[in-house]
Design a protein around this ligand. Structure first.
Ligand SMILES: NC(=O)c1ccc[n+]([C@@H]2O[C@H](COP(=O)([O-])OP(=O)(O)OC[C@H]3O[C@@H](n4cnc5c(N)ncnc54)[C@H](O)[C@@H]3O)[C@@H](O)[C@H]2O)c1
Length: 255
């Protein structure tokens, strides 16, 4: 995959999928600027430490990032074992805020890739709610909407991955038309990264056993990174507004 002459911002770069993505993207020729709340454990072309759930921290980060970028990979995320407010801020509100802030610096041909999840697959069941949240145009208005429309903490991870997929679909229409910037999601199934254990706690042994019986194995982080790399490359220039499963076929077994 050719990423020469592309500058990519990769969030969640200090672990799991984000780290594998940064490694692969650099190998493919990209200049990779990483962002995480933790220090990275690999060589990057630049790194900024930031809390991606905090709008002020994101504004500071926007002041530090390059004037021109060709891709944004929103990989950072927390599991549903984190407090609901943290899940909302990191997995949805902050991701939107960073994407909106970087959009003006992205030339036509740029790409934004959001890491959703197989657990966001039930978005059609709550479509009107997700569309209403997507219609809020800022971090603050999104937060107010969530105060008025409370989310069940037990399923907040699934809720905000669903919301992310719907927001991606909606933004992809006019960000591509008006700016030439593509916007897609990948939806991994279980991936062997440090947060996999949290998903076991979050979903319970029974659900995990059921999914395990339908799966060959969990993905390795580099198998997800390869698909994100493709979505950042010009080879995928006509792929826009999709939620691409990277789950070894798990979602297809839910029929
Ligand atoms: N591992 C899985 O089974 C799985 C499955 C589906 C989707 N996902 C999604 O993939 C993405 C990456 O997860 P992973 O499996 O690589 O997990 P991980 O825990 O290995 O990596 C997540 C990274 O995000 C960073 N991060 C978390 N909160 C942050 C914050 N507030 N500010 C800045 N950085 C923050 C962490 O420090 C970490 O480096 C997440 O969005 C997750 O929801 C993971």
């Amino acid at each position: 995959m050719d990423l020469n002459n592309k500058t990519l911002v990769v969030t969640g770069v200090s672990s799991g999928i984000g780290a594998e993505l940064a490694r692969l993207a650099r190998f493919c020729g990209a200049t990779v600027i990483g962002v995480d709340r933790n220090e990275p454990q690999l060589t990057l072309d630049g790194f900024f430490k930031a809390d991606l759930g905090d709008p002020q921290a994101i504004d500071t980060l926007l002041g530090q990032l390059p004037d021109s970028v060709d891709g944004l990979c929103n990989v950072a995320g927390v599991p549903g074992t984190a407090p609901l407010a943290t899940v909302a801020r990191v997995n949805y509100l902050g991701l939107r805020h960073l994407s909106q802030g970087l959009l003006p610096r992205m030339a036509p041909g740029s790409s934004i890739v959001n890491v959703a999840s197989v657990l966001g697959g039930e978005w059609p069941q709550r479509l009107e709610l997700h569309k209403a949240l997507a219609a809020t145009d800022s971090y603050a208005t999104g937060q107010h909407w969530l105060e008025a429309n409370p989310v069940d903490p037990a399923t907040c991870y699934q809720y905000f991955k669903e919301a992310l997929i719907v927001w991606t679909f909606q933004q992809s229409q006019h960000w591509f038309r008006d700016h030439g910037v593509r916007l897609n999601c990948v939806a991994p199934g279980p991936v062997a990264t440090p947060i996999l254990g949290d998903f076991v706690t979050m979903l319970g042994e029974e659900r995990i056993a059921r999914d395990a019986s339908r799966m060959v194995r969990p993905a390795l982080a580099d198998e997800v990174a390869a698909v994100i790399t493709f979505l950042c490359a010009d080879a995928s220039r006509w792929v826009n507004g999709v939620n691409l499963p990277v789950d070894g076929g798990l979602a297809a077994t839910y029929l």
